[in-house]
Design a protein around this ligand. Structure first.
Ligand code: NAD
Length: 505
């Protein structure tokens, strides 16, 4: 597995400050002081102090505050999209689409928290019929959210909006590559809700060390989105205080194209999913398995879809630069490894890597044990391989240690194939649709992490169930859970239980 550049600093940063640079031009976007463990503890203390106010607002009050925040963000969409373009590198139009999805999630979390998290009565069962049984869901308290840079709004928001809606307060540590975006997003909450204490949603700045300090601090839950190696480190560190966590980590998503697929539509969707955002998408397609009967047609189609698709930092660019300089070498290494081991470039070559930009690269006949197939590339490259059957495609898809998401293209058996895939999400006959449907949970299995953001599961992730059983009245002679119980009562119960459970053959 590729070692994550956890302590990597954007080039030219002075040690005591964090400089955020435009990845396309190298220009300074903003400079920040670095928050050390003391500053992190102060932020966590403020978040704890804000808890009663935020809790006492109740679901309805929190809903209003969250919706005001969404309005503040959309009413300044051009300014924010421009900042995302400058700091992350993606085209402003892509930045707007990311903002749009972010707002949809804030809206869903705000409007559904009451329904999903309100106390729920359950049946007490035959022998506890004299009890009322209820599940109440309580916010954990202070949630520490650590985010990546590739979708600097959408990705951390999946934890932040849902944690807030559930009644937690949040300390957010954005990626060192997208600090200005993180600050803008958090400040928008405060601008929309000036009457609320600052600790409801706050931000700390820094590199991996600041994130590590947040993990060690007195938070009640950690929500991490980033690479698998960093996720493992955080999980180990969280064990010290037994802080619960949700880990949204890397992926190596596959797409399966069946012989009965609309091949042209599949090629269009896969080309976009693999290459957009310069391939820096956790759920972007990195491997494609195509049934033999349509393999050549697919190769012709995907090549045609990608001719003319090019990166840049101008308005008409298809996608932007690599945001993190260190990732360029990883992408180059994967292409070189594939080509040196019998792979062929259907499109592009090692020359396609011209940092900070990388042109689309499509690799075919790449051995299944090459780096471009086994490790997360996180660049605008994709491997395509012919398979004899859907069984083989499923087997190869599931052979990865990652299990984040997947795509299936088939007119007749898309759902049946999807059900066989080891992944947290699958889209059928369209690219990445699950990520745009707020009610669907998002997260992975295996090396892609555990726990869920988004949807009802995402709300429940940030509230723990408190089971309460209240005896409404005592049943005379039925005191089984006392030292005074009678053998005759147990004998009677034994008969009932035998009748109840002993009849099945
Ligand atoms: P990263 O792991 O390098 O960093 C993520 C965050 O963790 C950053 O804020 C970083 O400062 C912080 N960090 C680093 N070391 C830390 C430590 N020891 N303790 C606490 N925090 C620490 O990841 P990245 O390069 O920012 O993001 C890219 C990765 O994120 C890819 O692997 C991608 O697949 C993954 N990702 C996953 C999802 C998902 O939902 N599953 C979404 C987006 C990105």
């Amino acid at each position: 597995m590729t070692e994550a550049p956890v302590a990597a600093r954007p080039v030219e940063a002075a040690p005591e400050t964090l400089q955020s640079l435009n990845p396309a031009t190298g220009e300074l976007v903003a400079e920040f002081p670095i928050d050390d463990a003391t500053a992190v503890a102060t932020a966590v203390g403020r978040a704890r102090a804000a808890l009663p106010t935020w809790r006492d607002l109740g679901f309805d009050g929190r809903r209003k505050a969250l919706l005001r925040w969404a309005s503040q963000l959309i009413n300044n969409a051009d300014e924010l999209s421009d900042l995302v373009h400058r700091e992350n590198g993606k085209p402003a139009e892509d930045a707007f689409l990311e903002l749009m999805l972010t707002l949809e999630h804030i809206d869903w979390a705000a409007k559904n928290a009451k329904k999903v998290l309100s106390p729920q009565k359950v049946k007490p069962g035959l022998f506890m019929a004299n009890h009322e049984a209820v599940i109440e869901r309580r916010a954990y308290g202070v949630v520490g959210v650590i985010g990546p840079w590739n979708y600097p709004l959408y990705t951390p928001n999946g934890s932040i909006a849902y944690a807030l809606a559930a009644g937690n307060t949040v300390v957010f540590k954005p990626s060192e590559y997208t600090v200005a975006i993180g600050r803008y997003y958090v400040e928008a909450f405060a601008k929309a809700n000036p009457e609320l204490p600052a600790g409801v949603l706050s931000v700390v700045f820094g590199y991996g060390e600041t994130g590590a300090a947040l993990v060690k601090s007195e938070i009640d839950k950690i929500a991490f989105t980033g690479s698998t190696p960093t996720g493992k480190r955080i999980m180990a560190a969280a064990a010290e205080r037994m802080t619960p966590l949700v880990l949204e980590c890397g992926g190596k998503d596959a797409a399966i194209v069946a012989a009965d697929a609309d091949v042209d539509a599949a090629a269009e969707a896969i080309a976009w999913s693999a290459i957009q955002n310069s391939g820096q998408t956790c759920v972007g397609t990195e491997r494609v398995y195509v049934e033999e009967a349509v393999y050549d047609t697919f190769l012709t189609a995907i090549r045609a879809k990608l001719v003319g698709v090019a990166p840049g930092s101008h308005d008409s660019a298809s996608y932007g630069p690599m945001t993190m300089p260190a990732q360029v070498d990883v992408v180059r290494k994967h292409i070189e490894d594939a080509l040196s081991r019998g792979g062929r470039a259907l499109l592009g070559s090692t020359e396609s890597v011209r940092a900070p930009f990388i042109d689309p690269v499509v690799l075919v006949d790449t051995p299944e044990d090459s780096l471009a197939v086994t490790e997360e590339t996180f660049g605008p490259t994709v491997t395509v391989r012919a398979v004899k059957s859907i069984d083989e495609a499923v087997e190869l898809t599931n052979a990865s240690e990652f299990g984040l998401a997947s795509m299936v293209f088939s007119k007749s058996s898309g759902m049946a194939i999807a059900r066989r895939l080891r992944a947290g999400a699958t889209s059928v006959n369209a690219p990445l649709s699950f990520a745009a449907i707020s009610a669907l949970p998002f997260g992975g299995v295996g090396a892609s992490g555990f726990g869920r953001i988004h949807g009802a599961d995402g709300l429940r992730e940030f509230a723990y169930p408190h089971a309460i059983a209240r005896q409404r009245y005592a049943i005379p002679g039925m005191a089984l859970l006392t030292f005074g119980r009678k053998s005759s009562t147990v004998a009677m119960i034994k008969k009932v239980i035998t009748f109840r459970h002993g009849r099945h053959s």
